[in-house]
Design a protein around this ligand. Structure first.
Ligand SMILES: Cc1ncc(COP(=O)(O)O)c(C=O)c1O
Length: 544
């Protein structure tokens, strides 16, 4: 076995990837609000998800506060994307903090309602909604149904009509902006199943560059009237919108796409051209359709979700610019100012020490500055701005505890390197009692995690380890690479942090593994939030 003198992670202080309530006790063991990992496994079994619910509460408040502070000139709504993690207790925590809840299947809707979340605080997503889901959302008075297909306006309107109710709807738009850590979680480019495209197929998006010029002009310090250039020749009927005398929109509001209109500035002609492109796109066509059922549908806004694990505001700003242009275009074509723009989820967290994560206080402020500038430049009021974080709220609040089983030292062929490029001759495979059935993300997205010994302080020396599960797949990896103490042995406890999002939520029964329990730990104690599945549960599905 290759032992190194790398400081043993189990003997080092906890980094920011561990929940706020975690610490290391005098024996070197990991604790959660004073409860040792060992005592939690003894009481609740292994493997075990341990969620710091005080941390969930704090992070929900943090996000809401960051959004409201950044957008002090707008109303903000923050929905928790329940696909990241769903339990009635967590839904109550986040809604008590002031969040709405996003759902996208009948199961998520029913659990949210069972948690006592009122319909007016629920959102329904989905690229292939069933009539049953649409009917439940309308009956319960959901805050928004996010339309995701061209036939949905008529379907939702018909169901609302039959129920004698009005459905609040928004349209999911693919802006052409993609972002995020992995191809499969970049969801706003056109070749995919979600949303309606902003631009016609094959359109050259360079016409949208005018938005940057407008923002740049908007951000310039205001000119005194003596310095201001002579305004372009104005026609009597030209609509002018100004702010602090900085800019007047001079295109003709009666026929904003009349590119031959004389007397409009070059920049306004460019804006009209961009709007003309958007006006010919699939998204605007569906907005028009949604607007056709005034008694049955109330059109509340537009929605964009550009991906996941996004570290800064840049891509959100690009998407927001295009969303505001769509809003402006819809006003120009249909005289309706969409009240709300939802910018979706995707705010990143660090999974391993030193990994980048989004500083939401800084980045939401940058986003707000840009969104304010574009709306000023377009001469339209700020909409309600909405967000849908999932991962950012729950991922760092949870740790999965596993019991160590077989340990194998595997010799490697010459030329094998570790992640950092250094040559390695041996890797230690540490098998634990869970695997891809409780955390599919490493196998699905090649996601990186870390692990540490949780029941004691280990030896000073460490070994380069790969943590693997029980499943019949060589890709059944939980941690690709981490340093673990060289005296690690069967029966020890390993802790893998940042497993609160898309872990339990994506769990499977592969190899008839049962779902681990989720235990909530807080300053008031520990209790089971989601119980462990049993073999009897599995046998119950099998009718012989
Ligand atoms: C529409 C929508 N909103 C929000 C989210 C939440 O994303 P995240 O958990 O990365 O914040 C997702 C994730 O897939 C999504 O599809």
């Amino acid at each position: 076995m290759n032992e190194t003198s790398t400081p043993n992670a189990a003997n080092t202080p906890l980094s920011q990837v561990w929940p706020a309530g975690c610490s290391i006790d005098s024996t070197g063991a990991l604790t959660f609000h004073g409860r040792s990992a060992q005592s939690l496994l003894d009481e609740f079994g292994s493997p075990l998800y341990v969620m710091d619910t005080d941390d969930v509460d704090a992070r929900a408040h943090h996000f809401i506060h960051a959004a409201a502070t950044a957008f002090s000139n707008a109303t903000t709504h923050v929905s928790f994307a329940a696909k990241a993690f769903m339990s009635k207790e967590v839904l109550r925590l986040v809604t008590n903090a002031g969040m709405l809840v996003d759902t996208c299947t009948l199961g998520e809707m029913r659990i949210a309602l069972a948690a006592g979340v009122p319909g007016r605080r629920l959102v329904l997503h989905g690229n292939n909604k069933s009539d049953e889901e649409i009917e439940l959302a309308i009956r319960e008075g959901f805050a928004k149904i996010v339309v995701d297909a061209p036939d949905e306006p008529a379907r939702i309107a018909a169901i609302a009509h039959r129920l004698g109710k009005t459905a609040r709807v928004m349209l999911r738009v693919t802006t052409g902006i993609h972002a995020g850590g992995h191809e499969y979680i970049s969801t706003a480019h056109e070749d995919q199943k979600f949303g309606m495209a902003l631009l016609p197929a094959g359109a050259d998006p360079s016409a949208l560059n005018v938005l940057d010029e407008l923002i740049a002009q908007e951000s310039k310090p205001s000119q005194t009237s003596a310095e201001a250039p002579e305004p372009a020749a104005r026609r009597q009927d030209t609509h002018t919108v100004g702010h602090n005398g900085q800019r007047d929109l001079q295109y003709d509001m009666r026929s904003p796409y009349d590119l031959d209109a004389s007397g409009i500035s070059k920049q306004d002609a460019a804006l009209a051209e961009a709007m003309d492109l958007v006006a010919r796109g699939p998204a605007l066509a569906v907005l028009k359709e949604l607007y056709r059922y005034p008694g049955d549908l109330e059109l509340v806004g537009i929605h964009s979700h550009i991906g996941s694990q996004i570290h800064d505001a840049n891509a959100f700003i690009e998407a927001a610019k295009r969303m505001m242009l769509l809003r402006k275009t819809f006003y120009a074509t249909d005289a309706y100012t969409l009240p709300e723009v939802d910018l979706g989820g995707g705010y990143s967290v660090a999974y391993t020490e030193g990994e980048e994560s989004m500083d939401i206080d800084v980045e939401l402020q940058r986003l707000a500055t840009a969104v304010t500038a574009i709306n000023r430049a377009l001469g339209i009021p700020m909409p309600v701005i909405s967000f849908e974080p999932g991962r950012w709220i729950v991922a760092p609040t949870c740790v999965t505890l596993y019991r160590v089983g077989a340990i194998k030292h595997v010799g490697l062929p010459d030329g094998t390197t570790a992640k950092d490029g250094s040559p390695i001759s041996e890797r230690t495979y540490v098998s634990v009692d869970g695997g891809m059935s409780d955390n599919i993300r490493p196998a699905l997205y090649d996601a990186d995690y870390t692990a540490r010994l949780a029941n004691r302080a280990g030896a000073a020396g460490t070994m380069l380890s790969r943590v693997v599960g029980i499943h019949c797949e060589s890709g059944d990896i939980l941690v690709h690479e981490c340093q673990l103490p060289s005296d690690l042995k069967r029966g020890d406890i390993l802790a893998v942090p940042v497993t609160g999002a898309y872990g339990r939520a994506m769990a499977s029964n592969y190899n008839q593994a049962t779902f681990p329990a989720v235990v909530a730990v807080s300053s008031s104690g520990a209790h089971v939030m989601l119980r462990r599945q049993t073999i009897d549960d599995l046998l119950g599905y099998d009718l012989g």
